[in-house]
Design a protein. Structure first.
Length: 809
């Protein structure tokens, strides 16, 4: 029987009735859709459908395929109660099965879930209820980083308390273990500790108080016809604990000769060591997220706000858009805004990596969390709370850390069947020992079973990828490289060709005076003064570069009059009663100005791709200025490092071939695509892809948006505040090509780290389980190995935090 349901989609991109009709027809052809009505004015589609035939995701994808966009919402959750990869796999599977959920990813390392959904079909409350039935708790994330840190500290505190409580009780039991081995049998053990009832009294609180979380987790898993790490631990320790009780009762009843060999210590020590492992793991996880904590620590806590003529100190969260904020010398700028009055130098190194403070004056923008050095500023708040540049950076890093890389999917599939497989191996091992290895010896056959159950570790598999993603993306953020998701951190390592836009990427993006050719070398400042005076009223970028150079050199300015533009040649102006000409060689020749002394030098500068302006005063040549978009200091080094990393570097620009090749030769680029129009850049990227290349396009994220989108990886050069450049997969906040090197380095080393973790996790289980089955591992050693397998994976991931800037490998 068909399950009829209704859903309403919010749709953007419709412009007319034809769009609405197209969607209705397209949806009508989809099997399972009974009726689709589109309201153009409301930008909505109401659909009646058979839920057994078609899903909400199928319908949304159909609308997207027609060229329109279906609005979704995204909510981040904390997931409480997960202990291993099997848990995260169950929660993720449950969320993805909910009607209306288009995508859900659960991160075991961060204990979070990221869910994209259609709000008309499902709400967060329904997700919380569904996960609650699995035995876990789903809570919507708060924006408070302090609260998250507090929860982490509380968890560490709880684990510490449980460990020390268990340790005090377990030490006497651990002491008794020396009697199990011939080589330690000479060690004295107090007779009291050998008493079964004393051992029971010591082991019981560990089993049912410290180990309560394992029983609770196992119950919830089994109740939902699943299995996880808790099931393995509960089964293994319970087998040792209850079999020891049986032996103790049998001994007390006189059914056995001498003191029986009990296994209370195995159960107690296993639980104690696992709790210790969880404690180390929690501390290590906290360190993997220290990049987020460092970013949160940059925020100002309070702001001095001027309201209704009064100054008041407020928590930074209470500042609203439009507030006037007073920033004193030495204070952090609390929010993004515009300076209304005052001047100062501001340290923006936390955003841009620029070590030198930037001079700021009225009308300039300032960014929250930067440091005001020496002047008082009145700032009008323009972006506050979640909208500040720093908040956007934190959001991008959190989303990257919460996302899932493709390489994790294999581990997820294995985790889903891991625990049932281990239980099957344990039962098979028990049968083999009872029938062939030690016929009829129940206690002897039980030991390898306990060892198998406790040594098997799905946790290491589940933590292998997300901990590396957390550490790698966090370290990248500290370098000023923001990966928009784990998939981009993963795929950046596979690129073999880097395409660099010239303007603003290789070069500064603004012209500057590079050469001064004064006819009289002792009158360079005079040349600058005349040139700047003639050009000061022009809006042309070259003119601005000349005026800026004169101001920097303190050359002074004259009063210019009778300014006349000479199209294609230059300008004419009257300065201090003299006629001044400024422009091309052609302008000089037309006015019979002799500049033979510098003619060859001018040609050489032009051959380097520079624009040369010649100047004459009162009919006499006084010199020339070369202006060019100068190459960034680090561009040549970055190109060299990229080549050393085995990457081909291509420059793409709209400049003429001569200028393009001149710039390319300065930085060491061999392949140049010149005279490329903005709308042609994406085409050239696709041509390189047709050659079989994996491409990364590096540009400004605005003019280069189509090319960034077309490339396998789009990298946008930012300015420290351009965090959310939509077309980019990676944002390079520091506007520095060395950040491309950092991005490639972090991607390669993170992927190498993930592979190391996965290799260790697979090797550990593939060797540990057979060794345990052979009876070569005591249960407590198996428990210790299991506890520290996860710790070793997390610790290996932490090595990523030590990667240095600007090195490839």
């Amino acid at each position: 029987m068909a399950t009829e349901k209704n859903i309403t989609f919010d749709i953007s991109g419709m412009t007319c009735a034809a769009c609405a009709s197209r969607i209705e027809k397209g949806m009508g052809r989809l099997p399972g859709v009974q009726e689709a009505q589109v309201n153009l004015a409301m930008e909505r589609a109401a659909v009646t459908y058979d839920a057994d035939t078609v899903t909400e995701k199928d319908m949304a994808e159909k609308i997207e395929s027609l060229g329109y966009h279906v609005e979704q919402e995204k909510t981040e959750f904390d997931v409480i109660g997960m202990t291993c990869a099997a848990c995260s796999a169950r929660v993720e599977k449950k969320l993805n099965k909910l009607p209306g959920v288009s995508y859900a990813a659960v991160n075991l390392a961060m204990e979070t879930a990221s869910v994209e959904y259609y709000p008309e079909a499902v709400q967060p409350e329904e997700m919380e209820a569904a996960v609650d039935k699995l035995g876990y708790e789903l809570k919507r994330k708060t924006d408070s980083g302090a609260e998250a840190a507090s929860k982490r500290e509380h968890n560490i505190s709880v684990q510490t308390g449980k460990f020390y409580f268990a340790l005090i009780l377990a030490l006497p039991l651990f002491w008794t273990m020396v009697t199990h081995f011939e080589f330690t049998s000479f060690i004295w053990v107090p007779a009291m500790f050998m008493n079964p009832w004393v051992q029971l009294a010591l082991a019981t609180p560990i089993q049912f108080i410290v180990g309560a979380s394992f029983y609770k987790g196992a119950y919830n898993a089994l109740r939902n016809k699943s299995a996880n790490m808790d099931v393995l631990v509960a089964m293994g320790t319970s087998a040792a604990y209850f079999y020891s009780i049986y032996l103790g009762i049998e001994w007390a009843a006189g059914g056995s000769m001498g003191m029986p060999e009990l296994y209370f210590e195995a159960a107690a020590v296993i639980i104690t060591l696992i709790v210790l492992g969880k404690l180390f793991e929690a501390r290590a996880k906290g360190r993997t997220s220290q990049a987020i904590q460092s970013l949160l620590g940059l925020q100002a806590k309070t702001a001095l706000v001027e309201r209704d003529g009064e100054e008041m100190t407020l928590p930074v969260e209470d500042v609203v858009q439009g507030d006037i904020v007073l920033v004193r010398p030495g204070d952090k700028v609390p929010v993004d805004g515009e300076i209304l009055s005052g001047s100062s130098s501001v340290d923006e190194s936390m955003l841009t990596g620029e070590s030198m403070p930037i001079d700021k004056k009225a009308g300039d923008a300032v960014t929250g969390a930067t440091l005001n050095n020496n002047g008082s500023l009145r700032v009008k708040a323009s972006r506050v709370g979640k909208d500040t540049a720093l908040a956007q950076i934190i959001k991008v890093v959190e989303e990257a850390q919460n996302s899932k890389a493709d390489i994790q999917r294999l581990a997820d599939r294995i985790s889903g069947i891991f625990v049932p497989t281990v239980i099957g191996i344990a039962f098979l091992t028990f049968a083999v020992w009872m029938i062939w290895v030690a016929p009829g010896e129940f206690g002897t056959a039980l030991i390898p079973v306990i060892s198998i159950l406790v040594i098997a570790c799905p946790c290491a598999l589940g933590l292998a990828t997300p901990t590396s993603i957390m550490a790698g993306s966090g370290r990248a953020a500290e370098m000023g490289v923001l990966f928009k998701g784990g998939e981009y951190l993963e795929s950046t390592q596979s690129i073999d060709t880097v395409i660099l836009d010239k303007t603003g990427t290789i070069t500064q993006g603004r012209p500057a005076v590079t050469d001064i050719l004064a006819a009289d070398p002792e009158k360079q400042k005079e040349l600058l003064a005349v040139a700047a005076s003639a050009e000061k009223d022009s809006e042309h970028p070259l003119a601005k570069a000349i005026v800026e150079k004169a101001e920097t050199e303190k050359a002074g300015l004259y009063t210019a009059a009778d300014f006349e533009s000479l199209p294609g040649r230059g300008i004419r102006a009257e300065i201090e009663g003299r006629t001044v000409l400024a422009g091309t060689r052609k302008l000089m020749e037309e006015n019979n100005i002799n500049f033979d002394a510098d003619r060859e030098a001018v040609k050489e500068l032009e051959a380097q791709g520079k624009t040369v302006m010649l100047f004459a005063s009162a009919g006499i040549y006084i010199g020339a200025l070369a202006v060019a978009d100068t190459v960034k200091e680090t561009s040549a080094e970055a190109v060299r490092l990229l080549k050393e990393a085995g990457l081909e570097v291509v420059m793409m620009t709209g400049d003429n071939e001569q200028t393009a090749k001149a710039i390319a030769s300065l930085v060491g680029i061999d392949r140049v695509l010149a005279e490329v129009l903005p709308e042609e850049k994406a085409f050239h990227v696709q041509q390189l892809q047709k050659e079989g290349r994996k491409t990364a396009m590096v540009g400004d994220g605005i003019n280069d948006a189509p090319a960034l989108a077309a490339a396998d990886i789009g990298m946008a050069i930012g300015t420290g505040t351009d965090v959310a450049i939509e077309a980019a997969d990676v944002t390079l906040m520091r506007g520095d090509l060395l950040s491309v090197v950092d991005a490639v380095t972090m991607s390669r080393k993170t992927m190498r780290n993930i592979k190391q973790n996965l290799f260790f996790a697979f090797l550990y289980n593939s060797l540990g389980i057979p060794i345990a089955a052979a009876g070569l591992l005591a249960p407590w050693i198996a428990g210790a190995a299991m506890a520290f397998s996860s710790v070793s994976v997390v610790t290996n991931s932490l090595r990523l935090q030590k990667i240095k800037h600007r090195r490839t490998g």
